[in-house]
Design a binder for this molecule. Structure first.
Ligand SMILES: Nc1nc2c(ncn2[C@@H]2O[C@H](COP(=O)(O)OP(=O)(O)OP(=O)(O)O)[C@@H](O)[C@H]2O)c(=O)[nH]1
Ligand SMILES: [Mg+2]
Length: 331
């Protein structure tokens, strides 16, 4: 803490330089900036504030689905199609910390290298942030920086259907849910949450048996539930590894983008997201304060001991703790 205060001005100057270079499109600065977000570094906030006014125009696409469903292969193909439309593309692969994901991370890295020669594509893996949670926030913040560096189509790949993944795709403008035939993941077993947030369904690996069934099941489920007003998520079949069906998928993305821009749908969606994000951001700051200032294990133990012995009033203690946090919020 003391270090942060002493080096406050220096940090500020470094941040300003970094954000200038990032805004000028320097990809190395962008990489450093995203690392600061991953580390939840004190400089991250200033950086984000500097970049924020330069964002809000890019289209952010969240792609989620079971491990190995073909998300990275699809992202690769979508990126190529966007490049043909002269867009500048950012790719963010959010890696889960699961020990089983080593191969997936490696796979993403290898595939991303294909775009290396193309300066119109920026690809980056991002690790799960630590104990304080906030993976979704970190990913969406990173997407903001990628946009500020001059990319107008941002693809965010997340694995699985857990709460983190749902949160991430919920903070995107377009949510694409990838399913595959077989593998035992019947549509029924997929969490309802992920079905509700899908704007587009992709049945990938349509070269395998059972694609018909997945599509039928999806459509049957859609006839029950529709949380999208007038938009019914289309089901697109692809064989990503062979580039089949990508035109159809890009067509569905274009259709949905057009729908979003009509009747203020995009603005409404983003305002809804900011309501959620602001709440999360405040909660995150408070939690940070809680961990930094108050709830040190030995202090907590001492409070608990005194309260149990009726030497201390837990209600007054709580109020004092909250005051300590809000009065001493981090710089
Ligand atoms: N048969 C078939 N294989 C495919 C298809 N699309 C992708 N694959 C293969 O499936 C494997 C997994 O593809 P990825 O794109 O890495 O899948 P992913 O969903 O990104 O995987 P994780 O990030 O590990 O969750 C690779 O070997 C791909 O070549 C497809 O349409 N048909
Ligand atoms: Mg992948």
């Amino acid at each position: 803490m003391q270090n942060t205060i002493q080096s406050g001005n220096a940090t500020h100057a470094v941040t300003a330089k970094l954000s200038d270079r990032l805004l000028a499109g320097d990809l190395r600065s962008l990489a450093r900036a995203i690392s600061l977000i991953e580390d939840d570094a004190p400089a991250a906030r200033g950086l984000l504030s500097a970049c924020f006014p330069h964002t809000g125009k890019a289209l952010r696409l969240g792609i989620t689905g079971a491990p190995g469903a073909g998300k990275s292969t699809l992202v690769d193909q979508i990126a190529r199609a966007f490049r043909e439309q002269q867009h500048r593309v950012g790719i963010l692969a959010v890696d889960p910390t699961s020990p089983f994901s080593g191969g997936a991370i490696l796979g993403d890295r290898i595939r991303m290298e294909r775009h290396h020669a193309d300066t119109g594509v920026y690809a980056r893996s991002m690790a799960t942030r630590g104990a304080m949670g906030g993976l979704a926030r970190a990913a969406v913040d990173a997407a903001m920086l990628i946009e500020a560096a001059g990319h107008d189509r941002i693809l965010i790949e997340t694995v699985g259907v857990g709460q983190d993944e749902i949160d991430i795709v919920r903070l995107a403008d377009i949510t694409i849910v990838v399913l595959v035939p077989g593998m035992g993941d019947d549509v029924q077993s997929i969490k309802a949450g992920i079905l509700e947030i899908a704007d587009i369904f992709v049945v990938n690996k349509a070269d395998r048996e059972g694609a018909d069934r997945v599509e039928k099941e999806l459509k049957a489920m859609q006839s029950f539930a529709s949380s999208h007003g007038t938009w019914v998520a289309p089901v697109v079949r692809t064989v990503a590894s062979q580039g089949q069906g990508i035109e159809g998928l890009v067509g569905a993305i274009d259709d949905f983008t057009a729908w979003l821009s009509r009747d203020d749908h995009l603005r409404e969606r983003r305002e809804q997201q900011w309501r959620q994000r602001l709440t999360e951001m405040v909660r995150g700051e408070l939690l940070h304060g809680l961990h930094a200032h108050v709830l040190k294990p030995e202090e907590l133990a001492e409070h608990a001991r005194r309260i149990t012995a009726r030497q201390e009033d837990p209600f007054a203690t709580t109020a004092q703790m909250v005051e300590a946090i809000t009065g001493g919020s981090r710089k």
